[in-house]
Design a protein around this ligand. Structure first.
Ligand SMILES: NC(=O)c1ccc[n+]([C@@H]2O[C@H](COP(=O)([O-])OP(=O)(O)OC[C@H]3O[C@@H](n4cnc5c(N)ncnc54)[C@H](OP(=O)(O)O)[C@@H]3O)[C@@H](O)[C@H]2O)c1
Length: 299
């Protein structure tokens, strides 16, 4: 085939946002679209992706594509790259936001569910970053925004795996932001505190004290600040005075106090406020019939 004179259309830039159908990812998509960026939204539910893409495109007049894939699998991550190619796009920036949470005694957690959590919250973050960061560095622009959590700053009983995965995301992002210095590419970690989304209820943590007692931000307020600070190149983005105070305080709080405090806040409770106990165990009762103080868990 004679290709002389054929115009080769260059690929167009897009922001890849994972977990973009609801909650924080959806709010971040809104911010990027408002600033005129084309988007590739990623999640599993095709109907929700379709609806979110249509609404964002109509509201902001930008191109919005979507890819329905399970990022907890290698095939799902590869599909993101494939979808970009299909749509004639490249990843100008990547927002690794999709994650799941589990809550409760570690010994009672479903092993397959824990594996899926690590595959999504850790493995997919590394996989997608590895796929798209080299291109950004070669172009000398773009960025990666990894959504970590305040839980990444400290050990969290009853959400042990989730918090450890978020510690990974924080550490990974901080290291990459150093490595990419001077390349024109920024790597940031966003560490939200409690945010009003469906995440906690899906994990069965909606009655835990941290949900009931700590101030919660809306996804929209969080995304507005996060977007601005990501554009400015802030390496670790902590939003709200309360969360910033907590990050500062945890530096000066010894772990023998910090961990029980987290245990007290994160222990799963039912609607009536009764504490969850490990399966196959009888809740210890004091002679008075009241539950005794459990120093190890902070309760
Ligand atoms: N909410 C908070 O209080 C809070 C606090 C700190 C940090 N964060 C972090 O913020 C991020 C967003 O949380 P959120 O509260 O907005 O969660 P959310 O409301 O539960 O939304 C999660 C998003 O991820 C997608 N998703 C879940 N599993 C997926 C998979 N296997 N493959 C692809 N997509 C998947 C979901 O869509 P599908 O189900 O259709 O796949 C959905 O779009 C997470 O990284 C979370 O850890 C949240």
């Amino acid at each position: 085939m004679n290709t002389i004179g054929k115009r080769v259309e260059p690929f167009a830039p897009a922001i890849v946002i994972t977990g973009a159908t609801q909650g924080i990812g959806r709010a971040l998509a809104e911010e990027f679209a408002r600033e005129g960026h084309a988007l590739l939204l990623v999640a599993r539910d095709e109907a929700k992706l379709e609806a979110a893409s249509r609404l964002l495109a109509e509201a902001h007049g930008v191109e919005v594509k979507f890819a329905a894939c399970d990022l907890g699998t290698i095939e799902g991550c590869a599909e993101v790259e494939e979808a970009l190619r299909r749509f004639g796009l490249y990843a100008d920036s990547l927002v690794n936001n999709a994650a799941t949470m589990t809550a409760g005694f570690f010994q009672d957690e479903d092993a397959a569910k824990l594996r899926r959590l690590i595959d999504l919250n850790v493995q997919a973050v590394v996989d997608l970053t590895r796929r798209f960061l080299p291109g950004m560095i070669a172009r000398g622009q773009g960025g990666v925004l990894n959504v970590a959590s305040m839980e990444g700053f400290m050990p969290v009983p009853y959400q042990a795996t989730y918090a450890a995965a978020k510690a990974f995301v924080l550490s990974f992002s901080r290291a990459l932001s150093y490595e990419t210095m001077g390349t024109g590419v920024r790597v940031s970690a966003l560490a939200p505190g409690t945010t009003a989304t469906g995440l906690h209820a899906k994990a069965g943590a909606e009655n835990s004290r941290y949900v009931m007692l700590l101030p919660a931000m809306t996804s929209e307020d969080l995304a507005r600040v996060a977007y601005r600070q990501f554009k400015r190149g802030k390496k670790v983005i902590v939003t709200g005075w309360f969360n910033r105070l907590c990050v500062l305080a945890q530096h000066f709080t010894p772990h023998f106090l910090l961990v029980p405090m987290m245990g007290w806040l994160f222990r799963v409770r039912d609607e009536a406020g009764n504490l969850q106990w490990p399966k196959d165990s009888n809740p210890p009762k004091a002679a008075s019939g009241r539950l005794p103080f459990d120093a190890a868990s902070g309760d």
